[in-house]
Design a protein around this ligand. Structure first.
Ligand code: IMP
Ligand code: MG
Length: 183
């Protein structure tokens, strides 16, 4: 067993479990979208880039990949509630079947903002696929496909970061509270 980096408390979801779950989600999507003919996947940067990369390669329905970059936190770990679009889509989504691919729902501000914005662009359908949802009170936003529910802790790895570190770990791990709860 490899040593955990000292900033990490424990592994919450090992790489194998992530891989298996993504296969299941891809199968579910293939069944749900077989009639639609095509899917427009929107990966939310930066956190969802690894999740999206693995999901897209397992997905057997025809699909296009696009990205948006949003920002809400800066370098802290508390949501300000103010979400900004840093980079928008390349194409209009009107009339298309759109799936938002997001890494994690914490307070829900990011996803509910995005859902509202994209709904206004009149896609044929709009659903969300989220790898992780924290077990805490969050804004009421639909999560149609969910990877895992996790405890309300700060997690890193598999695309998720703390101040842009730890994104390339193959597993999801809990960051030690003392690392991010600066006085
Ligand atoms: P929300 O708007 O509070 O739901 O937070 C969503 C965004 O904050 C996600 O897209 C992540 O980028 C980031 N985030 C929230 N919790 C975590 C975490 O535990 N680790 C890493 N990023 C997180
Ligand atoms: Mg994110």
């Amino acid at each position: 067993m490899n040593e955990l980096p000292p900033a990490l408390a424990r592994v919450l979801i090992p790489a194998d479990s992530i891989r298996v779950r993504i296969g299941e989600i891809a199968d579910q999507l293939a069944g749900d979208y077989v009639e639609e003919g095509g899917l427009y996947l929107i990966g939310i940067l930066k956190g969802a880039f690894i999740f999206l990369a693995d999901l897209t390669r397992k997905l057997t329905v025809p699909h296009v990949v696009d990205f948006m970059a949003l920002s809400s936190y800066g370098k802290t770990t508390t949501s300000s509630g103010a979400v900004r679009i840093m980079m928008d889509l390349r194409e209009p989504i009107e009339g298309r079947h759109v799936l938002i691919v997001e890494d994690i729902v914490d307070s829900g501000h990011t996803l509910s903002y995005l859902y509202r914005i994209l709904k206004g662009r009149k896609p044929a359908s709009l659903r969300t696929c989220v790898l992780l949802k924290k077990e805490r009170d969050s804004l009421d936003v639909p999560i149609h496909y969910l990877g895992f529910e996790i405890p309300d802790v700060w997690v890193v790895g598999y695309g998720l970061d703390f101040a842009d570190s730890f994104r390339t770990l193959p597993y999801i791990a809990e960051l030690k509270p003392e690392v991010h709860q600066q006085p």
